[in-house]
Design a protein around this ligand. Sequence first.
Ligand SMILES: Cc1cc2nc3c(=O)[nH]c(=O)nc-3n(C[C@H](O)[C@H](O)[C@H](O)COP(=O)(O)O)c2cc1C
Length: 383
Amino acid sequence: MTSRRRFMKIVGSSALIVAGGAGGFALTRTPDKAIAPWARAGSADYADPRIKALSYAILAPNPHNRQPWQVDLSETNVATLYCDLDRLLPETDPFERQILIGLGCFLDMLRMAAAQDRRNIDITPFPDGTPDLHLDTRAIARVQFGAPGSAAPDPLFAHVLKRRSLKEPYDTSRSVAVRDLQAIADVVPATVSVNFETDPIFRDELRDLTWRAHLVEMETDRTAMESVHLMRIGKAEINANPDGIDIGGTAFLDTLALTGVLSRESIADRNGAGYKQGLEMYDAIINSAMAHLWLHTKGNSRIDQLNAGAAWLRVNLKATDLGLGIHPLSQSLQEYVEMEPLYAEVHEKLLEEPGGRIQMLGRLGYGPTVGPGPRWSVETRIL
Ligand SMILES: Cc1cc2nc3c(=O)[nH]c(=O)nc-3n(C[C@H](O)[C@H](O)[C@H](O)COP(=O)(O)O)c2cc1C
């Protein structure tokens, strides 16, 4: 798991000795229940083709792994998608732009999974009207499932189970080929624009900008605490709440959690050693970006945001196909007052024409293989 490796570096060697005594305990610390939905996706047990497709859709990338999806299956051959309004990120995503991008990823994953089953789906976004400033209880999309034989598989589907948001440091000795970035850009639908950059000077400027944006989030109490409250520390917490930011799954980390060395409090304390080491670690992550890619739209409508989600899923899957890691760095794109200067800077730097909206910005490079992230089972997301 991504955060597991990071915290290996955060905490010191004395803690390592404590964990060393854990022995074979290690083998039992994987949060099996939390990652089970990856193994169950597409299972023949799902007789209803909608649930079978949904069992893949729940594996979609989404901000802070909030999994804000809820689905109503009461209408025959239809899945109606709602946003779970208890799963928003009010501090870092005050207008639910990123939440909606995550729901866009979900819908495109649903489309691909249904197509794998040879079924077309017809997606009607916002069938009861489009929300304006805030999402509400109205449906995000009505999805009509077609008959068998109505669609052909999407080649990107082959990478669904291997796809990750790869949050590890990347290999700084391996550059990313422009032809690979172009192959990734080529999978982006025409509704969304895509650009990438590998030039070392530009890349260093973007590393610096994304780092400064990370600092703003960390140094603003309410945005930093939003993440801290979403941390699931250790196997028991991850299995009980398979969402948010998972830290654990090894004897080492679970022992630190049990002994109180690793806790929400120790992570939140800005004067503490853990916080400082966390920053150093994130510095290494951001500064190992070997290329950046961003998605943008002319406007910032709710449909633009859904489209950006579909595009990001495709980008993520194509990167997986090419063996490349990709990691969204969303901080500078967020709409709160402390971020305004960096929001302006990133838009001025990355967009040729004023008025457009960057929907996703990610770093790319070659990184280690990591396991899948936690998910709530499909059954728990059906209303
Ligand atoms: C709109 C959006 C914004 C995201 N922003 C970030 C981010 O700023 N930093 C980060 O580490 N991950 C970000 N992610 C990745 C999510 O954390 C990730 O998708 C989620 O934890 C599930 O993990 P997985 O993609 O590996 O399955 C973002 C994902 C989406 C869809």
